[in-house]
Write a protein that binds this ligand. Structure first.
Ligand SMILES: [Zn+2]
Length: 315
């Protein structure tokens, strides 16, 4: 068997992304772990993102999925990393069903490697502010339930989200996120992460024991590259603490956009605006930031929407 065959089959064989939630130490510790190789690869493919931008976006998507694990059905969480570095603002959104989507403002961005030879995500993201928005679904639609903001600590994302959770949401937390890029060709080798949180009644001995095991755990990229499952990651993060799984869900890159939504967006502009677009451009092109899908509406489509708007009917 040739080595190129082996490499190709290993790449194609990344198991489906999963998230597992568990509790430990008599329920005083909550832990969530996820593998996200496929969804980060999908984000990279859709946005044509370069290495450092892919790692930054992949960490944000993984972090959003971990934070969304505590949501109820029909809630979602959005992370805006408003850095002033070359990659621009990163937006990552995750819902309670395991759907994740997101983008970086400037995906075709790279920065020089760090002195230790690693991708410099902190430099690509830069200094700035992290916003986390939790939204819930109420009778009148999706509404903002909670918004918190903290300054970026390092732009490395896991550290920033940890600071946010501990500071803004007052939950002592440790998060680790990793995205490993294969050499050369925009292939995500492995991605994943974990989040450990202690509840108010966790005793000091448990907390310091956790700090030691987390510090001693292998890097998340090492674990996921070696094929670790979310359960393996939990074991490594918790050391010999007793734990039990609570729930699991599949994760994937999903976008809520559609041609119908694109048409509704145009309709909402009103007749005058649509006539101006028709006269000036002869067609309309709408781009979904989240997944980079492009919806093209021809002159005939626009005419149909203009007539629908004039007659007050839904298109
Ligand atoms: Zn989309």
């Amino acid at each position: 068997m040739s080595s190129s065959f082996t490499a190709a089959s290993v790449r194609g064989a990344a198991p489906p992304d999963r998230l597992v939630q568990a509790v430990a130490a008599d329920d005083a510790v909550r832990v969530v772990a996820a593998t996200t190789t496929r969804l980060v690869q999908e984000a990279c493919r859709r946005h044509g993102s370069w290495k450092t931008a892919t790692v930054a976006l992949g960490r944000a998507l993984t972090g959003a999925a971990l934070i969304a694990s505590s949501l109820k059905t029909s809630e979602r969480v959005t992370i805006h990393i408003e850095g002033r570095g070359p990659v621009g603002t990163i937006t990552a959104e995750a819902n309670a069903q395991g759907g994740v989507r997101g983008y970086a403002r400037h995906p075709q961005t790279d920065v020089p490697l760090r002195p230790d030879g690693k991708l410099d995500v902190g430099a690509a993201v830069g200094k700035g502010v992290l916003h986390v928005i939790r939204e819930g679904s109420f009778e009148i639609g999706l509404m903002e339930a909670y918004r918190g903001s903290v300054p970026l600590v390092s732009g490395e994302i896991a550290e920033d989200l940890t600071y946010y959770l501990s500071r803004s949401e007052q939950t002592p937390s440790a998060m680790s996120l990793g995205v490993y890029m294969e050499a050369g060709d925009g292939v995500v080798g492995a991605a994943g992460g974990f989040l450990v949180q202690t509840l108010p009644d966790a005793d000091e001995a448990i907390i310091s024991r956790l700090e030691r095991t987390i510090a001693a755990a292998p890097l998340i990229t090492e674990m996921t590259r070696a094929g670790a499952t979310p359960e393996d990651i939990i074991r490594q993060a918790l050391g010999d603490l007793d734990w039990r799984p609570l729930s699991e869900r599949p994760l994937s890159f999903v976008c809520a956009c559609s041609r119908e939504r694109a048409e509704r967006l145009l309709l909402a502009l009103g007749g005058d605006e649509m006539r101006a677009i028709l006269a000036e451009q002869g067609q309309a092109e709408l781009n979904c930031h989240y997944c980079n899908a492009v919806y093209r509406l021809s002159a005939a489509d626009l005419q149909r929407l203009i007539e629908a708007e004039a007659s007050g009917a839904e298109a």
